[in-house]
Design a protein around this ligand. Sequence first.
Ligand SMILES: Cc1cc2nc3c(=O)[nH]c(=O)nc-3n(C[C@H](O)[C@H](O)[C@H](O)COP(=O)(O)OP(=O)(O)OC[C@H]3O[C@@H](n4cnc5c(N)ncnc54)[C@H](O)[C@@H]3O)c2cc1C
Ligand SMILES: NC(=O)c1ccc[n+]([C@@H]2O[C@H](COP(=O)([O-])OP(=O)(O)OC[C@H]3O[C@@H](n4cnc5c(N)ncnc54)[C@H](O)[C@@H]3O)[C@@H](O)[C@H]2O)c1
Length: 473
Amino acid sequence: MGGVPGRAPRVVVIGGGPGGYEAALVASQLGAETTVVERAGMGGATVLTDVVPSKALISVAEVMNLAAEAEELGLRFPGSDGNPDTKEPISVDLGRVNARVRKLAEAQSADIGRRLASEGVRVLRGTGRLDGTERVAVELEDGGSEIIDADITLVSTGSSPRELDAAKPDGKRILTWKQLYQLDSIPERLVVVGSGVTGAEFANAYDALGSDVVLVSSRDRVLPGQDADAAEVIEEVFRRRGMELMGRSRAMAARCEGDGVVVTLEDGREVRGTHCLMAVGSVPNTAGIGLEEAGVQLSESGHIEVDRVSRTSARGVYAAGDCTGVLPLASVAAMQGRTAMWHALGDAVSPLRLRKVSANIFTAPEIATVGWTQQQVESGEVDAEVLMLPLAGNARAKMLGIRDGFVKLFASTGSGRVLGGVVCAPRASELIFPVALAVEHGLTVDQVAHAFTVYPSLSGSVAEAARRLHVTS
Ligand SMILES: Cc1cc2nc3c(=O)[nH]c(=O)nc-3n(C[C@H](O)[C@H](O)[C@H](O)COP(=O)(O)OP(=O)(O)OC[C@H]3O[C@@H](n4cnc5c(N)ncnc54)[C@H](O)[C@@H]3O)c2cc1C
Ligand SMILES: NC(=O)c1ccc[n+]([C@@H]2O[C@H](COP(=O)([O-])OP(=O)(O)OC[C@H]3O[C@@H](n4cnc5c(N)ncnc54)[C@H](O)[C@@H]3O)[C@@H](O)[C@H]2O)c1
């Protein structure tokens, strides 16, 4: 597929996040004449306002958490002796932290731009929309417009923070996660509305950086939808650190009052803070870009409907990333984008398999997951044995002063194949990899258990969990 014999197929990508730029790299590699239309900056929201800056900020919070726990290991910092003349043992200059975070994000964006240019991809700065299925109309950033012919179009326009009508962000005190990097001092009291992954990550980070944090959640616990044991650990740790958790508390409005904000809950209660972060989910960027007119089917929530090779309902039009709502992760967006191009340009392709996606929540401790979940085991969707091993018994964890967290494995009943796992630990994002390898390659618990691990090591708990799941014949 892909164009007319005798000339290179023309691929136009709208949106330069991982869904878009990874697709463009594949398209160019496969010989297509490739254009990316991006209105903000290469790397998309992922690089400029979401993943990269949040994880860079969280890296700083991690250091603060280590410092806060260092006393337990026998270390002393200036001020940790209760002397009233020296206040905080370590303090955060948020202006400097945020300047570094913004610079890092911009540098990453520039790197991606250079890589695309070196691969011969044309980048147009402007806003794109479908003009039917074979043309993309672009309003250029510096004025003017351009129509580009396309044999294949990929829509990867991402999503934006959901806003409540009565809690409109002002960028100063009522903030979306994209506006946090303009702050130059730590919010004294931060009300975080929404306890999904975004809310939990920022509540954790600002608590570590020195804010008093109130986490307002419409659901009965933090991280609804995630592994319940891991969510319980996070709740316990948040409480122990002094965070105020308000469950079953739906926020209806937020307003600025004097030097602070007032968040009004559904039952009339009011929560006061100096700042408020709205983390109540996202809406896809799919309105007004010619999708319905081109015959692209949208779901009720406005997401683009795609199949497992990223095709939409309109011929020649593909979609990838958060605008599809398949699984809002940067890694998934990138894979959807690549898959679209492999399919459209006739390369070898296999349909997207979400079961094997590793994901991580960057709280302290982190929560990493892969494969089937406990919820699916409990509902009978899959027949599996579950084994959860607290880290408190691990020698390395004791040395490091790690009290919280666990390793959990799911193994197929009978065959003992590893079907999934959860690691709740510092740097769980790294520790999940052996479990991901086992899931990807269908290894049995015995195969995992027979590999040597370093003694002492946290990964020893992964092998130990596998060992305890041994199937006796
Ligand atoms: C705070 C936060 C932290 C996150 N952390 C992680 C994480 O640690 N790991 C992870 O895997 N995922 C994380 N995610 C999820 C991840 O950010 C998304 O899944 C990912 O950004 C999706 O990439 P994308 O390519 O679909 O969209 P984006 O990266 O949003 O890119 C879309 C681009 O399209 C552009 N665009 C939109 N409309 C048009 C138009 N009409 N014309 C031209 N350009 C247009 C936008 O400017 C944007 O640059 C996080 C999300 C949030 C909110
Ligand atoms: N580390 C990561 O990989 C990472 C980080 C952040 C986001 N993400 C991705 O983004 C997705 C979306 O996460 P999210 O947290 O931004 O959105 P979400 O929709 O998962 O969570 C929003 C939460 O806000 C709550 N809520 C909604 N309205 C409310 C109100 N009025 N008052 C109080 N609570 C309210 C909802 O019940 C929900 O729990 C995640 O599933 C994940 O895929 C990933």
